[in-house]
Design a protein around this ligand. Structure first.
Ligand code: PLP
Length: 392
């Protein structure tokens, strides 16, 4: 067993590593969330959240995980019996579908092979067949497979047939990792969570809410209390919440948003894209298959890697954890044991990636998994060739 010296490498695709600046910001006394000083913090957070979500719309937050944020989006915009169109891109889209079904929504489910994103042509075809669909549920980055769907193309497909369905997008593992300009792409609700690109511990769920979604919410007959948008909006306007917020996480969020905006969102996206490309350079040299088969759908935040048939990816993960004190993401659902996932998102830099890939390469060796040599070298070469001076 690893004695645990040095830092644990948390390279799952979320929760991600929390920066020291954020940890220190959270190491403060809890204050009165109904006190006169609280809005100074929260109104600044709401303003900065809008910048990170690339929207002029309100961004609501709940003390919840991402699953809660899914539910919030569904119970506010839709009513029991409403038909929604959803696409099987992997484990998380499947879970979201199940949440929708439990809420008595009628899900039109388009099956997929877990190696590709949403096919915009299928979006258009299904919508043309069915004018009664109330919403399209789209997974931006499918964390279980490392496949990012083209949401602009999904929007274009919806517009091509002039359909009035709402577009609800899960950006839980893509917010602050890959571009998703809510207003420019005509997204009605963006759903996210704190524990990935936002570099916070788990515990906050987000709904960025566009005007069409708000209008639909006024007609929804779904029962909701905790998730009610209107109560949240009414309180947020003054910088307050309808119930006790996760005060400590708000301190951290305030700092994390400052960090992202200081770096600049374009730079944040470029950093993620570069680390993802370096990771793929290693995977190619190892001769292993990326779960994602379409190079236009590679994820900025996650790379899911298949082991050769008959090899147990969870054994590799166990070896890497025990010998090198690093957590890699497990295969989920039908990919259990077949793949492992590297999270390269959030608070992450070149040497963290170099360490991560070193752990994987040594793990492959120790697990006796057939692989080509030179993965780390390929990644380091790429990183050195594309390194820029952050002060430039
Ligand atoms: N959606 C995506 C894309 C995710 O990656 C996750 C979790 O990893 C979820 C939804 C569910 O979020 P949570 O586990 O925070 O409830």
């Amino acid at each position: 067993m690893n004695p645990g010296h040095g830092r644990h490498f948390l390279q799952i695709p979320g929760p991600t590593n929390v920066p020291e600046r954020v940890s220190l910001a959270m190491a403060r006394a809890v204050v009165d969330h109904r006190g006169a000083g609280f809005p100074e913090l929260t109104l600044r957070i709401f303003g900065n959240l809008r910048k990170v979500f690339a929207t002029d719309n309100p961004v609501l937050m709940f003390p919840s995980s991402g699953t809660g944020a899914w539910e919030a989006a569904l119970v506010n915009t839709l009513s029991p019996g409403d038909r929604v169109l959803a696409f099987e891109t992997g484990h998380f889209s499947t879970l979201w579908k199940e949440v929708a079904q439990k809420l008595d929504l009628d899900v039109v489910w388009v099956e997929g092979d877990w190696r590709r994103g949403i096919d915009p042509q299928l979006v258009e075809d299904r919508l043309r067949e069915d004018s009664g669909i109330a919403a399209v549920l789209a997974m931006h980055n499918e964390t279980s497979t490392g496949v990012t769907s083209d949401i602009a193309a999904v929007r274009a497909a919806m517009d091509a047939c002039g359909h009035s369905a709402l577009l609800l997008v899960d950006a839980i593992s893509s917010l602050a990792c890959a571009p998703l300009p809510m207003d420019d792409w005509g997204i009605d609700v963006v759903i996210s969570g704190s524990q990935k690109g936002l570099m916070l511990p788990p515990g906050l769920g987000f709904n960025a809410v566009g005007p069409r979604a708000l209008e639909r919410a006024s007609h929804s007959t779904s029962r909701n209390a905790y998730w009610n948008w209107q109560a949240m909006l009414d309180n947020n306007r003054q910088g307050y919440f309808p119930y006790t917020p996760a005060t400590t996480l708000l301190y951290g969020l305030d700092e994390a948003l400052k960090m992202l905006l200081e770096e600049g969102m374009e730079n944040v996206f470029a950093r993620h894209a570069r680390h993802a490309a370096a990771t793929r350079a290693a995977v190619a040299a190892w001769g292993l298959d990326n779960v994602c088969v379409n190079e236009h759908e590679y994820s900025n935040s996650t790379t899911a890697i298949l082991l050769p048939e008959g090899r147990d990816a969870d054994l590799l993960r166990k070896i890497v954890l025990e010998r090198f004190n690093m957590s890699l993401g497990t295969g989920l659902g039908k990919l259990k044991g077949r793949c492992f996932r590297i999270g390269h998102l959030g608070n992450f830099n070149d040497l963290m990636l170099a360490g991560t890939l070193s752990g994987v390469e040594m793990g492959l060796e120790l697990a006796g998994a057939p692989h080509g040599k030179g993965g780390i070298n390929a990644a380091l070469k790429f990183l050195a060739a594309t390194a820029t001076n952050p002060n430039n």
